[in-house]
Ligand binder design. Structure first.
Ligand code: TXA
Ligand code: MG
Length: 317
């Protein structure tokens, strides 16, 4: 059931049930981070392998010490600058944080989500929320309550409806090595924006399927329809002539092809707007009974890097 009833959400979470919650990035499948029962339900619902750890959502930076310890000064600086917001920090975990959340790692992923409904919910509960994105493992992330319902309606008591996600792509993930920040996942905060605070960032963005890699499995965010990434749309369309094609484009229509389903992510060429619209457009294309989806490579700057990262994973064979 899609609802805005926070009271009911509090009750369900206190009973170690799992619910859908909105965040500014994507919707999450949330449960009591201090309950192994709730955490197991999340993994089962998502069909997620236990080697892929979860993010813990806390109500404010003041609660960071409840879940993390030995926190580098730079982490505090980043948290104070970007929270509530789409930045996830990987920090040394407090001993009581369950191995199920961290996949046995000594570190835990933490953020304060910036959504009024979820912040109001966090204010009413005495525990943090473990929450991965609310999609079955490997599929397109949800940016509306309806997306979550289409995946899990029969198996979730409620989905809190917070409207369309403002950012539309997942949080940026930063960890530390010897107190030096390292970028683990491109996300809703552009690298350039982070670098204004921390200086040049090292990156450790994994493309392999090793269980120890920080959740960056090479194939992810994927539509069911065969999907192809290209920097030459015209050529790709010729290769698929005769097929029912869907097109995902940045700012301009592909003019000579009025017969194909085209999704333009930002007519004004704004990468933030494109990121916000990305997953909804992929959901629509995937639901349009097409033979193939062709997606255009984005400019390699700002949130274009995040969009390209997701499109690369969505099109990996
Ligand atoms: O925007 C977001 O981050 C959304 C919303 C719901 O908060 N959540 C999200 O969760 O994207 P999920 O589970 O889809 O992605 C979490 C990522 C995974 O790639 C996981 O491997 C990584 O965080 N992660 C979690 N704990 C980690 C750890 N201790 N070390 C390295 N990576 C970790
Ligand atoms: Mg996810």
């Amino acid at each position: 059931m899609i609802t805005t009833d926070i009271k009911q959400a509090v009750q369900l979470l206190a009973n170690n049930e799992v619910i859908g919650i909105p965040t500014e990035t994507v919707y999450g499948l949330a449960g009591n981070a201090y309950s192994n029962d709730a955490i197991k339900k999340i993994f089962t619902l998502k069909n997620r392998p236990f080697y892929n750890p979860l993010i813990v959502h806390i109500k404010s930076v003041d609660f960071l010490n409840d879940v993390a310890c030995d926190i580098p000064d730079m982490a505090i600086k980043l948290a104070e600058k970007f929270w509530p917001g789409p930045l996830t920090l990987i920090l040394k975990k407090q001993p009581h944080i369950s191995d199920l959340i961290t996949s046995g790692k000594e570190t835990v992923a933490i953020r304060v989500p910036n959504h009024p409904l979820t912040l109001a919910l966090l204010a009413k509960i005495p525990f943090p929320l473990a929450a991965p994105s609310a999609n079955p493992f490997g599929s397109i992330s949800p940016t509306s309550a309806q997306h979550v319902a289409s995946y899990f309606n029969d198996n979730l008591a409620i989905i809190l409806d917070g409207g369309i996600c403002e950012k539309g792509v997942e949080s940026t993930i930063v960890g530390f090595d010897n107190n030096q920040p390292i970028l683990y996942r491109h996300g809703a905060i552009a690298v350039e924006t982070l670098e204004q605070v921390v200086g040049k960032l090292q990156t450790q963005i994994s493309n392999d399927t090793k269980p120890t890699a920080p959740g960056m499995l090479s194939r992810h965010y994927a539509p069911h329809t065969p999907t192809f990434l290209t920097n030459n749309v015209a050529e790709q369309l010729r290769a698929f002539s005769g097929k029912k094609i869907g097109l995902l484009l940045f700012e301009k229509q592909h003019l000579d092809q009025h017969d194909i389903h085209q999704e333009i992510l930002s007519p004004t060429g704004d990468l933030e707007e494109a990121a916000k619209n990305l997953y909804a457009a992929l959901h629509r294309l995937d639901g349009s009974r097409l033979d193939v989806i062709v997606v255009e490579e984005f400019p390699d700057k700002g949130l274009g890097k995040t969009i390209n990262d997701r499109l690369n994973r969505a099109t990996k064979k």
